[in-house]
Design a binder for this molecule. Structure first.
Ligand code: ADP
Length: 160
């Protein structure tokens, strides 16, 4: 049984994240989407809300959603994960991701970091871009799963 972890903040999940999660679910037996709960980082949605939004969008049966506030490799070791899967957008992601992958490899050599390339249409898509466009009244429907668009619009307007 090969387990993969897709870690991130997912504040909120975008079509770019969802694409990486679904492609990972096609490759591995089990996928854990791990929502970082970093208490010092200000987020638009709480950890529980981000987890709930992800659950609403992911249809693959072999995907579960969890949260952790510790070191990613410790979580990976606990779950006996074979891989940490990350999406790579432009070259700008590369330096940071490479550094993280090497650090994680030295802390937990049994776990590989696997990079999936972002789809062309998602290359410049990020949660922060979605929040910025939405808070300025722009249309976010081509950036996020339809099931959660309204939640994001309401939160950006301060309605809930
Ligand atoms: P962000 O970088 O948008 O704040 P996260 O920290 O939640 O997102 O990222 C979680 C993972 O999803 C990372 O591996 C990141 O590279 C990947 N990712 C984020 N946006 C995209 C995208 N548009 N296409 C592919 N992968 C993405």
């Amino acid at each position: 049984m090969k387990i993969a972890i897709c870690p991130g903040s997912f504040d909120p999940i975008t079509l770019g994240h969802l694409d990486i999660i679904e492609r990972t679910a096609d490759i591995f037996d089990e996928v854990i989407v791990l929502v970082a709960s970093n208490k010092s980082k200000k987020t638009l949605f709480t950890t529980q809300e981000r987890m709930e939004l992800i659950k609403r969008c992911v249809t693959a049966k072999n995907v579960t959603v969890d949260t952790d506030d510790g070191l990613l490799v410790n979580y990976a070791r606990e779950k006996k994960a074979a891989a940490i899967v990350k999406g790579l957008r432009a070259m700008s992601d590369f330096d940071y991701e490479f550094q993280q992958a090497l650090t994680n490899k030295s802390l937990y050599p049994e776990c590989e970091t696997v990079f999936l390339t972002a789809r062309g249409e998602n290359m410049f898509l990020s949660s922060s871009m979605v929040k910025e466009v939405c808070s300025l009244g722009g249309d976010i429907t081509s950036f996020v799963p339809g099931a959660i668009a309204e939640d994001i619009i309401k939160r950006c307007k301060g309605d809930n």
